[in-house]
Design a protein around this ligand. Structure first.
Ligand SMILES: Cc1ncc(COP(=O)(O)O)c(C=O)c1O
Length: 411
C-alpha cells in the first residue's frame, strides 16, 4: 500500500531517507511506521473513516482487483492502523503485522487461521482462561482437537505429537503463575514435524522477548496491556512472515471483521512511543518488590522470572532480557488473599496488567474463573495466589502499600 509520506510534501524534499531497520529500539518506537500526510502533522494523523473514495469507477475496480494501491474499507485496512502495524512490526523485527480489536481477537485469528477440521494442536496448559476456552471448548466444535501439556516439560510436547499435529501454542511467561516455556526448544520440536508455533508474548512484551528470533512463526499480543500502558483502549496484534500472514489471515480477517479501530490504533501508537521506557522502569521496580515479597513471612511462595528461585529461571535468563512487571505470590488461602487485596490503599484491585497504575488480582476468582477447579489445580493455581502488575508509581510507595496489606493478614 502506498502511504502518504512526508517525503511527498514539497517542503521535505531535502530530508534524507534513513533505513528504519538501522534504528535502535527507542527510535523505532517513536518514528517507526510514521506516514505523514502532506500537511506534515507532528502527531500521527487519526484517519477516523470507515471507507475511502475513488477518483473514478475504473480506479475502484482496479483497487478491488489489487491492481492499484490504496485503502478500500477500514475492516480491511486503514492508514492509522497501518502506522501502528508498521511500528509494531519494526519493533518485533517481523515482516508483517495485522492489528486486531483485542488480544483475544488476535489469539482467535492466529489459531483458527492455521488449523482446520481434523487437525490437532499441542498447547502449554498454563494459559489465560479465554485462550484455554478457545482450545478446549470452541475449537472442538470445528473438529480441531488439542492436547494440553506441561509447558516446561519438553518431553511432554514431543510425546503429544500426532500425525495430524499442525500447531503448537504457548504463553511464556504464562498467565498467571509466570511459568516459562523454552521457546527455542519447543520450536525445534515443531520444526521436526512441520507444525507452526504461535507464541502469546503478552507478559514478556516485545521489549524483553522476541519469539520470532527464537524460531516461532507467529507472535500475538494483547495491545490492551503494556502497549497501551495507560488503561485506555483494547487492541491486539499478530506478527510474522508476510507470506504467512497473507495466506493464513488476510481473507479470514477481512471477512470475519476483527479489525482494530483507527482511534484505538492512534492511542496505541502513542503508547508504543513510551513502551521501552515504561516496561524497563516497571521491571526494575518489580525486581525489588519481588525480593521484598519473597522475604515476607506471610508469603508462602513468590514467582518472578528475574529471581534465581523461579523454577525455570535458567530458561528465562536465556530467552528474556528482563524479568517483566508481573509477580505472582501465594498467600496460602483465599481468605488471606482477599484480606491482602482489601487492605491495599494504593495498588488497585483490577484484572488488567501492564498499566501505569499498579494492580493486583486474585486469578482463581477472576481471570481464570472460566477454568474448573480441577483445571486450575493442574497448573498449580490454588486460591491463595495473587498476581501483581507493577506500574509506574514510586517503588517505596508500592513497598509500603504491599507491606501494610501483608501485615493485615492474621498470623
Ligand atoms: C496472556 C494474555 N493473552 C491474551 C489476553 C487477551 O487480551 P485482551 O483482553 O486484549 O483481549 C490476555 C488478557 O488478559 C492475556 O493476559
Amino acid at each position: 500500500m502506498p502511504r502518504l509520506s512526508f517525503k511527498n510534501a514539497p517542503q521535505a524534499e531535502h530530508r534524507v531517507a534513513e533505513d528504519p531497520n538501522d534504528w535502535e529500539v527507542a527510535t523505532r518506537l517513536v518514528r517507526g511506521g510514521l506516514a505523514r500526510s502532506p500537511h506534515g502533522e507532528i502527531s500521527e494523523a487519526l484517519y477516523l473513516t470507515q471507507s475511502f473514495v475513488y477518483e473514478s469507477a475504473e480506479s475502484a475496480d482496479a483497487r478491488f482487483a489489487g491492481d492499484e494501491p490504496g485503502f478500500i474499507y477500514t475492516r480491511y485496512g486503514n492508514p492509522t492502523v497501518k502506522m501502528f502495524e508498521d511500528r509494531l512490526a519494526l519493533l518485533e523485527g517481523a515482516q508483517a503485522c495485522r492489528a486486531t480489536a483485542s488480544g483475544m481477537a488476535a489469539v482467535h485469528l492466529a489459531l483458527t487461521g492455521l488449523v482446520g477440521a481434523g487437525d490437532h494442536v499441542v498447547s502449554g496448559k498454563a494459559l489465560f482462561g479465554s485462550c484455554r476456552w478457545i482450545l478446549n471448548t470452541w475449537a472442538p466444535r470445528f473438529g480441531v482437537e488439542t492436547t494440553l501439556v506441561d509447558g516446561p516439560d519438553l518431553a511432554a510436547w514431543r510425546a503429544a505429537v500426532r500425525p495430524n499435529t499442525k500447531l503448537f501454542f504457548l504463553e511464556s511467561p504464562a498467565n498467571p503463575l509466570l511459568e516459562i516455556c523454552d521457546i527455542a526448544a519447543i520450536c525445534a520440536i515443531a520444526g521436526e514435524i512441520g507444525a507452526k508455533v504461535v507464541v502469546d508474548n503478552v507478559f514478556a512484551t516485545p521489549i524483553f522477548q522476541s519469539p520470532l528470533k527464537l524460531g516461532a512463526d507467529v507472535v500475538v499480543y494483547s495491545a490492551t496491556k503494556h502497549i497501551d500502558g495507560g488503561g485506555r483502549v483494547m487492541g491486539g496484534a499478530i506478527l510474522g512472515a508476510a507470506a504467512l500472514l497473507e495466506e493464513a489471515y488476510r481473507d479470514l480477517a477481512r471477512h470475519t471483521g476483527p479489525a482494530l479501530s483507527p482511534f484505538n490504533a492512534w492511542v496505541l501508537l502513542k503508547g508504543l512511543e513510551t513502551l521501552d521506557l515504561r516496561v524497563r522502569h516497571q521491571s526494575a521496580t518489580a525486581m525489588g518488590l519481588a525480593d521484598r515479597l519473597a522475604a515476607h513471612p506471610r508469603v508462602k511462595d513468590c514467582r518472578y522470572p528475574g529471581r534465581s528461585d523461579h523454577p525455570q529461571h535458567a530458561v528465562a535468563a536465556r530467552q528474556m532480557s528482563g524479568g517483566g512487571n508481573l509477580i505472582a505470590f501465594d498467600l496460602g488461602s483465599r481468605e488471606a488473599a482477599f484480606t491482602f487485596l482489601n487492605a491495599l490503599q494504593l495498588v488497585d484491585i483490577s484484572n488488567n496488567l501492564g498499566d501505569a497504575k499498579s494492580m493486583a488480582t486474585h486469578p482463581s476468582s477472576t481471570t481464570h474463573r472460566s477454568m474448573t477447579a480441577e483445571q486450575r489445580l493442574e497448573i498449580g493455581l490454588t486460591d491463595g495466589w495473587v498476581r501483581l502488575s507493577v506500574g509506574l508509581e514510586g517503588a517505596s510507595d508500592l513497598a509500603r502499600d504491599l507491606d501494610r496489606a501483608l501485615d493485615a493478614i492474621p498470623c
